[in-house]
Design a protein around this ligand. Structure first.
Ligand SMILES: NC(=O)c1ccc[n+]([C@@H]2O[C@H](COP(=O)([O-])OP(=O)(O)OC[C@H]3O[C@@H](n4cnc5c(N)ncnc54)[C@H](O)[C@@H]3O)[C@@H](O)[C@H]2O)c1
Length: 250
C-alpha cells in the first residue's frame, strides 16, 4: 500500500530533471502520474509503467491557456479525477545570465509567461475539478535564487519571487474548497552536464555553505513533495518549505 494510492497527480516539466524525479517518486508511493511537458515525457511514463505504476505523458505549453485546459481535461477523461498538481515546469536553463541591461524584453516576458503565468494557468485549469472534489494539493516550485538575490539573473529571480506570493494568495482563495497550496524551494541541483558548462564554480560555493556539504540531487526533493501531496500535510497550506541541506537557516 502506498501513501498516495488512488491519487492522480499532474507534474509539469515531467520529461526530465527534477520533474522526472518527482514523477518517479510519486509513482513509487502509489500515485497515478500525468507527466506534462513541452517536450515528450514518454520516457518518464514508460519508466513508471515498466516499474508497475500507472502514468501517461502529455504535451503541454504551460504558458498557453487552451493547452492547460486540455491537459486537465485529458487527466480527468483518462483517470476521472485530479488530486495533485506540481507546477515544476520553468524557463530556467535557457535563461540568459547577464546584466539586466542585456536581458531582452521578449525574454523577460517569456520567463514570466512560463514561470508565473504558467503556474497560474495550470492551477486555474485543475481548480474546478479539485473544487468539485473538495480536495486537492497544489505544489509550486520556487528557487534559492530568491533568497540570494542572485545577480545577473534578474528576470528568473523575479519570476520565482512571484511564486511565494502567488502561493499565499492562492492558498487563501482555494482553502475554503479544501485545496492546499504550498511552495517547495530547492537549492542548486546541477543534475545534468549543462550545469557545469553554465556555472562551473557555483556548486562548489553552494556546497560549502550547507550543513550537509554535498551536491544536491533531484531525489533530495522527493520526500518533501510526497509529504505535501499526502494526508500527512492536510493542515499545511500557504507555506514554503526549503529543501537545501541546511544552506543558511531561512
Ligand atoms: N536545477 C536547479 O538548480 C533548480 C534550483 C532551484 C529551483 N529549480 C526549479 O525546479 C524546477 C525544475 O528544474 P530543472 O532543473 O529540473 O529544470 P529543467 O530545465 O531540467 O527541466 C524543466 C522541464 O520543464 C519543461 N518546460 C519548459 N518550459 C515549459 C513550458 N512552457 N511548458 C511545459 N514544460 C516546459 C522542459 O521541457 C523541461 O522538461 C524549475 O521550476 C526550476 O526553476 C531548479
Amino acid at each position: 500500500m502506498g501513501m498516495l494510492d488512488g491519487r492522480v497527480v499532474i507534474v509539469t516539466g515531467g520529461a526530465k530533471g527534477i520533474g522526472r524525479a518527482y514523477c518517479r517518486g510519486l509513482a513509487e508511493h502509489g500515485a497515478t502520474v500525468v507527466a506534462a511537458d513541452l517536450s515528450d515525457a514518454g520516457e518518464t511514463a514508460d519508466e513508471i509503467m515498466s516499474l508497475g505504476g500507472e502514468a501517461m505523458a502529455l504535451r503541454v505549453d504551460v504558458s498557453d491557456a487552451a493547452q492547460t485546459e486540455e491537459m486537465a481535461a485529458s487527466a480527468v477523461a483518462t483517470y476521472g479525477r485530479i488530486d495533485g498538481l506540481v507546477n515544476n515546469a520553468a524557463f530556467y536553463m535557457a535563461a540568459t545570465r547577464s546584466l539586466m541591461e542585456d536581458v531582452s524584453p521578449d525574454e523577460w516576458d517569456l520567463c514570466f509567461a512560463v514561470n508565473v503565468k504558467g503556474t497560474w494557468l495550470c492551477s486555474r485549469a485543475v481548480a474546478p475539478t479539485m473544487k468539485a472534489q473538495q480536495s486537492g494539493k497544489i505544489v509550486n516550485i520556487a528557487s534559492m535564487t530568491v533568497n540570494d538575490g542572485t545577480p545577473r539573473f534578474l528576470h528568473y529571480v523575479s519570476s520565482k519571487s512571484a511564486i511565494w506570493g502567488l502561493t499565499r494568495a492562492m492558498a487563501r482563495e482555494l482553502g475554503p474548497h479544501g485545496i492546499a497550496v504550498n511552495t517547495l524551494t530547492p537549492d542548486y541541483i546541477p543534475h545534468d552536464e549543462q550545469y557545469s558548462s553554465v556555472q562551473p564554480e557555483v556548486d562548489v560555493a553552494i556546497r560549502a555553505r550547507r550543513a550537509f556539504s554535498r551536491t544536491q540531487v533531484p531525489e533530495d526533493m522527493v520526500g518533501t513533495l510526497i509529504y505535501l501531496m499526502s494526508p500527512l500535510s492536510d493542515f499545511v497550506t500557504g507555506q514554503n518549505i526549503w529543501v537545501n541541506g541546511g544552506s543558511g537557516f531561512n
